[in-house]
Design a protein around this ligand. Sequence first.
Ligand code: ZN
Length: 300
Amino acid sequence: MKVIDAHTHTWSRDIISERDLESRRIAAERLGVEPVLDSPIDTLRQAMTTSGVESAVVLPVDSGFDQKMPLSLTEKTDWHANEVRDDANIISFVGLDPRRGEAGLKELERAVKEKGCRGWKMYPPNGFYPDEKEFDPYYKLCVDLDIPITIHQGFTPRHKHVKYARPVYVDRVAADFPDLKIVLAHVGYPWQDETLMIASKNPNVSVDISGWQVFASTVPLKVYLMIGDAKTLKVFPNRMMFGSDFPLFEYAMTLKKWVEFFSRLQLPSELLEQGYKQVREDEIERVMWKNAARIIFGET
Ligand SMILES: [Zn+2]
């Protein structure tokens, strides 16, 4: 089965802040694993080959609004754009904090029109609610440029603020901009119910399942329940996309194993007895690549 990974990251320690590096060390210590301080694109390419992932989306984060960064915003856009420039199978979004106002709007347009970025990665835990009225020009511009926004939702690292990552703060935007394509990352864990409700009521909202390999490798029932609920609410199968958050969860489950787990996913009989409907292979195929091809790559 073809696979598109809608949520990956590349970086090197020279382009992120000291505080963000420290967050990675803290997270690794909590988990008892080695911190991932660099994520070179070659490692992503290798993992894609090993796992049978044909295409991937790189999602840079802009943490430079209120902390000192090694690169300026435009330099960072260029760093990511140049990394994927000659690769037909890996695309990059632009990472942008909408509190940057006019300058941010200009950068969004430049990133898409001149640097080939294919969407916008928004990271609210840096300190803002997505539904601030002052950000509306950004949403309008995304509609005009016909690009999707992937919004980080739910669980965040040590120095970020999780209150901003609640799905309910995306609803006003989704409702007011019906042509705006919004992807709620990580199915908003631990607010998966809230995420699925927002996606259920707004047909322009989809979800990515990145990060859920943590449960697939420990308590897979949590994955099955979430998929069963998503199917009941009609978010599965047409508005859910496969994603990994590579390389952040390799310690829990490798990309290859995550692909295998999800492409063969079947709900257990205990859930079917409770009324959940079994998932079909053609539905899983939509999640593995068809939805991303349509929503992110613009294929019809
Ligand atoms: Zn991520």
